[in-house]
Design a protein around this ligand. Structure first.
Ligand code: IPM
Ligand code: MN
Length: 368
C-alpha cells in the first residue's frame, strides 16, 4: 500500500521522538512492502521561529492532503511570553480543529514489566487496561469569549457545545466500548455544570442504541480518585475536552511513565493525527534521553486506525512489549536489573525486535 505521511516534529523533544517514529514506520514499510512517503512541516514554536505563526497555512494544506499526520510535541519556555493567539499550543489546537479531529483516543495499559515503575502499588495497577475518549475540538479550550476584561480585573473562558458535538463523541465512546469490554463510563460535572447535564441527557438517549454496552455516569472529581484507587474498574471513559486532558495525564502514571502513552485524534472517516500524549519536555530536549515509546506506539495507532494495517500495528506493539521484557528502557522509567539506554538506542531495539518477528514473513507468504 502507498501512503503519504506528514510529520510535524514541533518543539523540545518533539523532533527526537518524531525521528524514532519515522524509523519504525520505515522498518514496517520495508518488512511489509508498503511505500510510505514523508514530508516534514513546521508547527508550534518552530513554526513561530521559521514562519512567524504557530500554524502556517502551508502546514494546514499539507496535512489536509496527507493520508495521516504524525506530531511530536509543541511548546517551551522560549515562547511562553507570547500572547495567547501566538502561543505554540495554538498550533496544535488549530490543526486539530482545521482537520475536524473531534475524537482523541488515549489507551492506557499497564505493562506487566512496568508494574514496579508505577508510583502506585503494583497490585492496584495490575490488570488496568482502559481507553480515554476525549472530546477534542470543542468545550472550554475553544469557547468564545476567552479574554481579559475591565483593564485586567476580570477574565472569562467559555465552555460551549453544540448538541451534535456531544452526540458524535458520545457515539464514539459507545462504539469504542463495543470493540472492547463493553463498559462505558461517562465523566462529567453534572452536579454543577449545565453543559454536563446536557451531556448526561445525551448519553442516556444514546444508550438505547447500544443495549450491549453497560453505562455509568461519574463525576470528574470521583473519576480522578478512582483512577488511582481502582483503575482496573474502567474500560472506556468518554468525556469533555478539559476533563479528558487532565484525566489522561493522571492515567499515564499507571503505565509507569507519561513517556509510554500514545494517542490518536480522529474523525469519522478515519483520517487522523497521531501524537504521544507527553509534551515537549524542554528540560531534556536534544539530549537523546526522551522515551520514544509513546511516539512509536502512536505509529501503531496510525497503522490500525488510518491504514487498516492491524497485523503491522500489532507487531509494533509486541516489539515494544518484548523490548521492555528484555528490560531495556530510557531514564524516565525506573526498573531494576535493567539496561538504561538512550532514546535512539531504545528505538533501535524496537526495530531489531521487529526484524526478528516472523509475522511479516507469514503474511507475505499468504499473499503469494
Ligand atoms: C495534550 C496537550 C494539549 C492539549 C496542549 C499542548 C494544547 O496538553 O495534547 O494533552 O491540552 O490538548
Ligand atoms: Mn494534555
Amino acid at each position: 500500500m502507498k501512503k503519504h505521511i506528514v510529520l510535524l516534529p514541533g518543539d523540545g523533544i518533539g523532533p527526537e521522538v518524531t525521528k524514532a517514529a519515522k524509523r519504525v514506520l520505515e522498518a514496517v514499510a520495508e518488512r511489509y512492502q508498503h511505500t510510505f512517503t514523508f514530508e516534514s512541516q513546521d508547527i508550534g514554536g518552530a513554526a513561530i521561529d521559521q514562519q512567524g505563526s504557530p500554524l502556517p497555512e502551508n502546514t494546514v494544506e499539507a496535512c489536509k492532503k496527507a493520508d495521516a499526520v504524525f506530531l511530536g510535541a509543541v511548546g517551551g519556555p522560549k515562547w511562553d511570553q507570547l500572547p495567547g493567539h501566538m502561543r505554540p499550543e495554538k498550533g496544535l489546537l488549530g490543526i486539530r480543529k482545521q482537520l475536524g479531529l473531534f475524537a482523541n483516543l488515549r489507551p492506557v495499559k499497564a505493562y506487566q514489566q512496568l508494574l514496579h515503575a508505577s508510583p502506585l502499588k503494583p497490585e492496584v495497577v495490575a490488570g488496568s487496561d482502559l481507553l480515554i475518549v476525549r472530546e477534542l475540538t470543542g468545550g472550554l479550550y475553544f469557547g468564545e469569549p476567552s479574554e481579559r476584561r475591565k483593564n485586567g480585573k476580570e477574565v472569562v473562558d467559555t465552555l460551549a457545545y453544540q448538541k451534535e458535538e456531544i452526540e458524535r463523541i458520545v457515539e464514539k465512546g459507545f462504539e469504542s466500548a463495543r470493540l472492547r469490554r463493553k463498559h462505558l463510563t461517562s465523566v462529567d460535572k453534572a452536579n454543577v455544570l449545565e453543559s454536563s447535564r446536557m451531556w448526561r441527557e445525551i448519553v442516556e438517549e444514546k444508550k438505547k442504541d447500544y443495549p450491549d454496552v453497560t453505562v455509568e455516569h461519574m463525576l470528574v472529581d470521583a473519576a480522578a480518585m478512582k483512577l488511582v484507587t481502582n483503575p482496573s474498574a474502567f474500560d472506556v471513559i468518554v468525556t469533555e475536552n478539559m476533563f479528558g486532558d487532565i484525566l489522561s495525564d493522571e492515567a499515564s502514571v499507571l503505565t509507569g511513565s507519561l513517556g509510554m502513552l500514545p494517542s490518536a485524534s480522529v474523525r469519522s472517516d478515519g483520517v487522523g493525527l497521531y501524537e504521544p500524549v507527553h509534551g515537549s519536555a524542554p528540560d531534556i530536549a536534544g539530549e537523546n534521553k526522551a522515551n520514544p515509546l509513546a511516539a512509536i506506539l502512536s505509529t501503531a495507532m496510525m497503522l490500525k486506525h488510518s491504514f487498516q494495517m492491524e497485523q503491522e500495528a500489532e507487531e509494533i506493539e509486541k516489539a515494544v512489549a518484548d523490548v521492555l521484557q528484555a528490560r531495556y528502557h530510557t531514564a524516565d522509567l525506573h526498573m531494576t536489573n535493567s539496561v538504561q539506554v538512550s532514546g535512539s538506542e531504545l528505538a533501535s531495539k524496537v526495530i531489531e525486535q521487529l526484524s526478528t518477528s516472523d509475522a511479516a514473513e507469514n503474511i507475505m507468504r499468504c499473499y503469494v
